[in-house]
Design a protein around this ligand. Structure first.
Ligand code: PBG
Length: 327
């Protein structure tokens, strides 16, 4: 047999395989999502997310230290307030849970990079991502509250804000509000391409943020659509988004790939709670090799075009990257 092309030539040895690798990663691209709640001395495991915890502010430093030691430099904060109301006022309260957590964490760990999730659903009594008019989420009234929330996060020390609500025009509203208040340099990472997904189930359990009626389909995207994802990404870039996120990650590599090719901003992929929970559950049953699955899922997202990976497995991945097991 006279074969000229033999792809196997480049697979024969580990050194060679690493030399010709097309996807290279670094732990500086990892972001770890972190839940913070009111109270003291709390570090409670989230039942549907084994190994993930809700922390009270006084216990946060222990986790921040573990992250820093693992070489994970960036966190994304989610707040779980004591009380919720119709208007989600805890989201933009200067004494709200995220604001207080930021002030304390920044003091103790000034070298970490703090991103905040900007949304109303953890703070509204009805669990929707904006204010209601009857049974509908009122887009334009919600915008000013989101802008207020983002500003209060930045004033409390957030380095970057990440709106996840999926209201139309929120990136523009937040950009304008930050700019007029002297925060022209604070970047926005937009959850631009966010689908109405069952993969968020465990998160809603963790944050107590499931909607009390209906679903999020009137604002989050229909997962049958791809062009619409491109439209959301391009609109948000036009409104001033600095980084575009696709969420979830695992079932949406086509979006990561197309949008990263069509735009000139960094692309983030959020491997969400359901992805984490599935890996943990299958691994507990002994049905998969957890480490290998974590690595393969991460590499898949980067290979599709993500430069930033938001994951509950950030500490594990940082270690695997450090030890050269992937990347
Ligand atoms: C808030 C928000 C959600 C997630 C991130 N920000 C929940 C939702 O939209 O219902 C999900 C994250 C995850 O599942 O890990 N809107």
């Amino acid at each position: 047999m006279e074969l000229i092309q033999r792809p196997r030539r480049l697979r024969g040895n580990e050194t060679l395989r690493k030399m010709v690798r097309e996807t290279r990663m670094d732990k500086s691209s990892l972001i770890y999502p972190l839940f913070v709640k009111e109270g003291t001395n709390i570090e409670e495991e989230i039942p549907s997310m084994a190994g993930q915890y809700r922390y009270s502010i006084d216990r946060l430093p222990y986790e921040l230290e573990r992250l820093q030691n693992a070489g994970v430099g960036s966190v994304m904060l989610f707040g779980i307030p004591e009380v919720k109301d119709e208007m989600g006022s805890g989201a933009y309260d200067p004494e709200g849970i995220v604001q207080k957590a930021l002030r304390s964490a920044k003091k103790e760990f000034p070298d970490l990079y703090y991103i905040t999730d900007v949304c109303m659903c953890e703070y509204t009594s009805h669990g929707h991502c904006g204010v209601l008019c009857g049974k509908e989420v009122e887009n334009d009234k919600t915008l000013s509250l989101l802008a207020k929330t983002a500003l209060s996060h930045v004033e409390a020390g957030a380095d970057m804000v990440a709106p996840s609500d999926m209201m139309d025009g929120r990136v523009g509203a937040i950009r304008e509000c930050l700019d007029t208040n002297g925060h022209k340099e604070t970047p926005i990472m937009s959850y631009a391409v966010k689908y109405a997904s069952a993969f968020y189930g465990p998160f809603r359990d963790a944050a107590g943020s499931a909607p009390s009626f209906g679903d999020r389909k009137s604002y989050q995207m229909d997962f049958h659509n791809k062009k619409e994802g491109m439209k959301e990404a391009l609109m948000d870039i036009e409104e001033g988004a600095d980084i575009i996120m696709v969420k979830p990650a695992l079932a949406y590599h086509d979006l990561i790939s197309e949008i990263s090719k069509a735009t000139n901003v960094p692309m983030a992929a959020y491997s969400v709670s359901g992805e984490y929970a599935m890996v943990k559950a299958a691994s507990k049953m002994g049905w998969i090799d957890e480490e290998k699955i974590i690595c393969e899922m991460a590499v898949g997202a980067y290979r599709a075009g993500a430069q930033i990976y938001i994951t509950y497995f950030a500490k594990e991945l940082a270690k695997f990257m450090e030890e050269g097991r992937i990347g």
